[in-house]
Design a binder for this molecule. Structure first.
Ligand code: GLV
Length: 310
């Protein structure tokens, strides 16, 4: 089979192509736009692929995404319906998402930013103890990422609940489901961590109503997609004191434009979409195993359901 690696933003495509070629010695792996004859690839490995992928590779039957979120692929114009999309399942990302979420949870609940300010003033001052009951955490999303984040938070003994569309059960964790479960989930949540897939139903879910329903003096951690958040509503919620702050890894426009208000807002911590990076070794192993299984006609996991959009 011929496999094309196509990414508009990957800085080292040659490294990925070599790693995939080593893992798939029976197949021909090539980089998009490398000058070799095009049009014969049946399989593509993609991350933000070029818009003319399907025109230039009309024989594609299956796309393997280098990330977990496939929203951008589902939005690609001219995507033939028969082309399967396969999302990355973990690939080393879930534990990093958990680290990111826990880092900001601890910073806000344990007052570490205020201790940094006190150090700058050479002041030895305790800000008092912290009661975990005052910092209930709500995780939106019950997939591989959401479950890993929730387990990490639970291990530190914070009260934690998970909300998802389906309300699917997670071992030992309180779960809320669907539109009906959302208000009660938010009413008990002070630190809201978003790891949902971006779909027509979840776009804009982090909005004013959501912030109003949360416990007072809350905190938002968004490590899913920028379009989950209504950015103006976040600024409003911070101004009104509904929220104390936010840690944002993803944005409506990426890279975040230089004039965007988030850059200079001391209540907002900006990171450049690094919360969970796909690790090359694990990712290549996972996708290559699936490409081999696909070649043998065997079933593979992680195929995106176009109805569910993830
Ligand atoms: C990263 O954003 C991913 O979808 O894996």
């Amino acid at each position: 089979m011929e496999v094309v690696f196509a990414s508009r933003i990957e800085r080292h495509p040659g490294d990925w192509v070599r790693a995939f070629q080593d893992a798939l010695p029976q197949d021909r792996v090539r980089a998009w736009g490398d000058g070799a004859p095009e049009g014969d690839a049946e399989v593509a490995v993609v991350w933000n692929p070029p818009a003319d992928l399907f025109q230039r590779e009309p024989r594609l039957r299956i796309l393997f995404n280098l990330g977990a979120g496939v929203d951008a692929l589902l939005r690609m114009p001219g995507r033939p319906e028969h082309v399967l999309i396969v999302r990355l399942e973990d690939g080393g990302m879930a534990v990093q998402m958990a680290e990111y979420a826990v880092h900001f949870l601890l910073r806000v609940s344990r007052d570490f930013d205020r201790y940094a300010q006190l150090q700058a003033q050479r002041r030895w001052q305790s800000l008092g103890d912290m009661a975990r009951e005052d910092w209930p955490v709500g995780v939106m999303g019950a997939g591989v990422m959401g479950a890993r984040v929730a387990r990490a938070v639970a291990a530190l003994e914070y009260p934690v609940a998970v909300w998802s569309r389906s309300g699917r059960a997670l071992d030992g964790i309180e779960v809320f489901g669907g539109d009906a479960g959302l208000p009660a989930f938010l009413a008990r949540t002070r630190v809201l961590i978003n790891v949902l897939p971006l779909t027509a139903q979840t776009e804009g879910i982090l909005c004013r109503t959501t912030f109003q329903r949360m416990r007072p003096d809350g905190y938002l951690i968004n490590i899913a997609r920028g379009r989950h958040l209504v950015e103006a509503d976040l600024l409003g919620a911070l101004d009104e004191g509904l929220l104390r702050g936010a840690a944002l890894d993803v944005f409506v426009d990426e890279p975040l434009p230089a004039q965007h208000p988030f850059w200079a807002d001391p209540r907002v911590q900006v990171t450049p979409h690094i919360a969970g990076l796909s690790l090359m070794g694990q990712t290549v192993r996972q996708i290559s195993a699936k490409i081999r299984a696909y070649g043998r006609g065997e079933p593979i996991s992680g195929i995106v359901d176009p109805e569910q959009q993830y």
